[in-house]
Ligand binder design. Structure first.
Ligand SMILES: Cc1cc2nc3c(=O)[nH]c(=O)nc-3n(C[C@H](O)[C@H](O)[C@H](O)COP(=O)(O)OP(=O)(O)OC[C@H]3O[C@@H](n4cnc5c(N)ncnc54)[C@H](O)[C@@H]3O)c2cc1C
Length: 566
């Protein structure tokens, strides 16, 4: 370890998703000195790839009542502590012509038992509220579902933790866990931007790495951990086809929920066992199935424009020493604190597994409570009452608030992203604050390039601004642009039909035809005028006709600063 820089903390949190950020916030509020490490950007794992639903619990009332009860309570608490991250869309459970009507009675009974406030309304009333709904629905129930923004949520908790002294290290990957006898004492992490190693010594390590938990535990010599990655895909459709979360009133199945998320609606999802959480390709069959499922809820769904498809992996937990898992849908959606002292004879380490984004606060509380109990310390949890930054005024997010803000400065400021209404000042401010030149990091912060054109019009403008704000040279700016296009392309190619295909052709014309992204000025691979005059060829300078083949852009964030600017 000689020569490797070192940090010391009370608690090392591994993973910067919803769980890790919630844990860092909880532990920092209790007065612990916290370091959180995330191998990528915050919420780049499952939390930034989920469906967007703040569960009322209705989905689980029949099959998984414990999970339902947790959702009922946590839904209300999150509405209080992070209102700015939540849009109160409300939810409907509807019996489509394909659903068993008897289930609706079991659903109502389940709601009663789990104290979920559900109310039956007439089919006519449901159709009045949501005119695009399948007119063949036979029963409808209102529940307190909502739409929740994962990026805002995670950043808000991380920012809150940092405000209480936590150090949040993004792009820091755990490569080894340290053990001294029977105890875990810290970790070695690698700065993914600079390649430098860092040693972190901690009194306790909290493993919040979700579907990657088993990989972390293997580093401590712990095998046989029952994390069962369950893959699901989702498709964002161009419009808010509905303004309320629509659930099929049936046993949890594929493609049975449509969530209005800001200006789009998201259909999902599937649940397939996945061996490797980093290998989650989307197949054409899955896309077709999802579009067919959408038709059941909203006739004409297939004719709407699909914007983007993506997949995420659930960190489902079933102890590997229990029965073998056959179907990931049958694994409970509740969470489990894995006590490695009791289970594996290893001190100083706890793992959080299972759960949902909706229950992140409770999961964090349970994990930090368990740590306090092992440390023999009494430090009460405060996350039910305290609001993290951005939520202080208690105002819930409302669709249209961005437009209202924009309209007041319409004449004074350049509009960079028309789809998501992002003005130049906001973009420059985010670039400076985050200290990143990775356009995908900016996307997660502002939703830049997430609308119908998928970055077609805004991203070259943003690259130019990035260039002027950060004084990147041409090659760096070009790499950043290509990295973004590469990421967007991954989510677009499986749904290339109809209007989205037309849009992709237009984008291709802009980026390949007009801007020639494979040969941008300043690109190191492009011969300069003198070289051209001498007729010299430069290796690797050929155009990339297929955007999927464009090499990934480099990460050029300020590597010297280990701690992320929140
Ligand atoms: C398809 C799908 C749809 C879903 N929809 C919903 C929904 O609508 N509502 C809901 O409440 N829940 C939903 N969920 C569940 C929810 O998204 C997850 O339970 C939750 O996001 C998990 O958060 P997490 O922080 O535990 O995991 P993650 O967000 O995956 O965070 C773990 C982090 O650990 C990091 N990591 C991994 N290895 C290392 C390492 N070596 N070093 C450092 N960091 C590392 C990863 O990069 C990752 O960011 C859905 C899940 C899926 C898959």
């Amino acid at each position: 370890m000689r020569g490797v820089p070192a940090l010391r903390a009370d608690v090392l949190v591994i993973g910067g998703g919803a769980t890790g950020a919630g844990v860092a916030w909880d532990a920092a509020l209790r007065g612990f000195d916290v370091v959180l490490v995330e191998r990528g950007d915050l919420a780049e794992g499952t939390s930034g790839r989920f469906h967007g639903l703040l569960h009322s619990g209705g989905r689980y009332v029949v099959k998984d009542p414990v999970a339902a009860e947790e959702c009922v309570v946590e839904n209300a608490i999150l509405r209080y502590v992070i209102p700015d991250c939540i849009e109160d869309t409300g939810g409907l459970f509807v019996s489509t012509p394909d659903d068993d009507l008897a289930y609706a009675d079991r659903f109502l009974e389940g709601c009663r038992k789990t104290q979920l406030p559900a109310e039956e309304i007439s089919v006519a009333e449901a159709l009045r509220r949501e005119p695009r709904l399948n007119p063949g629905i036979r029963r409808a129930f209102i529940v307190p579902d909502a739409s929740i923004d994962a990026w805002k949520t995670v950043w808000s908790f991380a920012r809150g933790a940092a405000g209480h002294g936590a150090r949040i290290l993004t792009y820091h990957r755990v490569t080894d866990l340290h053990r001294s006898g029977d105890s875990v004492t810290g970790a070695r992490v690698r700065n993914e931007l600079t390649g430098e190693d860092l040693e972190i010594e901690a009194r306790f390590v909290l493993n919040a790495s979700g579907a990657w938990a088993a990989q972390i535990l293997h580093m401590a010599g712990i095998e046989d951990v029952g994390v069962v990655p369950g893959k699901g895909i989702m498709i964002a459709m161009n419009h808010r086809l509905v303004n309320t979360v629509i659930n099929r009133c049936t046993m949890p199945a594929d493609g049975d929920i449509l969530v209005p998320v800001r200006t789009v609606s998201v259909i999902g999802t599937t649940d397939i066992h996945s061996a490797d959480p980093d290998e989650i390709p989307v197949t054409q069959a899955e896309v077709d199935q999802m579009l067919d499922d959408g038709e059941r809820l909203v006739p004409g769904f297939r004719d709407a424009r699909a914007l983007r498809v993506w997949a995420g992996v659930r960190p489902l937990f079933q102890d590997a020493r229990a029965d073998e898992v056959k179907d990931t849908r049958d694994v409970s959606r509740t969470h489990a604190v894995v006590d490695h002292r009791e289970r594996d004879g290893v001190d100083g380490l706890l793992t959080m597994s299972g759960g949902k984004l909706t229950t992140l606060r409770l999961m964090a509380q349970d994990l930090v409570d368990a740590m306090c109990s092992q440390l023999g310390e009494q430090r009460p949890c405060r996350t039910r009452e305290e609001r993290p930054p951005g939520n202080e005024d208690g105002e819930a997010y409302r669709l249209g608030s961005r437009l209202r803000r924009r309209e007041s400065t319409l004449q004074d400021e350049q509009l960079i992203c028309e789809c998501e209404l992002i003005g130049r000042n906001r973009l420059e401010e985010a670039m400076r604050r985050r200290g990143t030149t990775n356009l995908d990091d900016i996307r997660r912060s502002l939703r830049l390039g997430m609308g119908p054109c998928q970055g077609g019009f805004c991203i070259y403008r943003a690259t130019g601004i990035l260039h002027s704000v950060d004084r990147l040279d041409g090659a760096e700016a070009a790499a950043s642009l290509r990295g973004f296009l590469q990421e967007r392309w991954k989510g677009v190619w499986p749904i290339l039909y109809g209007d989205q295909l037309r849009q992709a052709c237009l984008d291709d014309w802009i980026f390949q035809g007009l801007l020639d992204v494979g040969h941008l000025p300043g690109d190191a691979k492009v011969p300069d005028d003198d070289q051209r005059a001498r007729g010299e060829q430069v290796a690797g300078g050929e155009a990339h006709a297929d955007p999927a083949q464009v090499p990934e852009g480099g990460r050029q964030a300020d590597a010297a600063a280990a701690e992320v600017n929140l």
